[in-house]
Design a protein around this ligand. Structure first.
Ligand code: ATP
Length: 200
């Protein structure tokens, strides 16, 4: 523990790269995982201050009886980059604080922060090390099609909306190759975990 705070390992990767699966293996090896994408959704739906700010920024239509009106918000942020910045400016600091509160409660020396947009959100800067999970594009596409039932075109649209693996690798301390089977991935995680433990 550094100043009584756990060592933070950020893990990221493109759609269908296997970051959630890799994070689960880290958890099996003893490192608790904070899933930023799941927490961000909960925060947008439940955090009173965030809800007020989003409503002020986007209007009453931002929420309906089932929570955040995602189609309405997505349409606006997709069309207008300033609106995307506005939304991120509300959600990212709230997730940052939520992670910080969670981190303080962990007993482990090492914690994992999993985020699809670890690099884009800038939150990689608050991690002690960053891992990118990398897979050949054809495998990412086929695994995502199988998981989500999307078409190839729909997966490619999402891939093209994200930063490239080259950009992720440039900001990463470790690369986990997930081109093999799950046993291979588990082994990659184990080897990486051994290297990280030597750093703390
Ligand atoms: P997203 O950002 O889209 O949520 P992700 O990076 O978290 O994706 P996962 O959900 O972990 O990716 O993996 C994508 C799919 O590929 C899942 O259905 C998962 O079970 C499968 N998968 C992951 N790694 C492997 C592997 N090595 N062999 C076979 N299937 C795998």
């Amino acid at each position: 523990m550094k100043n009584n705070q756990p060592f933070v390992v950020g893990i990221t990767g493109g759609i269908g790269s296997g970051k959630s699966t890799a994070a689960k293996f880290f958890e099996e090896f003893g490192a608790p995982v904070y899933n930023s994408d799941i927490r961000a959704k909960i925060i947008q739906n439940e955090n009173p201050e965030v809800k007020v700010k989003i409503t002020e920024a986007f209007g009453q239509e931002a929420y309906n009886e089932s929570g955040l009106n995602k189609p309405f918000i997505s349409k606006q942020v997709f069309q207008d980059n300033e609106k995307l910045k506005l939304l991120n400016g509300i959600v990212h600091p709230a997730v940052f604080k939520d992670f910080d509160d969670w981190k303080k409660m962990q007993k482990s020396d090492i914690v994992i922060k999993e985020a699809a947009i670890l690099i884009e959100s800038g939150s990689y800067k608050d991690c002690d090390v960053v891992i990118s999970v990398i897979v050949d594009i054809e495998k990412r596409i086929s695994r995502t099609i199988e998981r989500d039932g999307l078409t190839k075109e729909e997966v490619l649209a999402r891939v093209n909306n994200q930063i490239s693996d080259e950009e992720r690798i440039a900001k990463s301390d470790f690369i986990i190759d997930n081109n093999g089977d799950l046993t291979h991935l588990k082994n990659e995680v184990e080897q990486t975990f051994i290297k990280i433990k030597k750093l703390i």
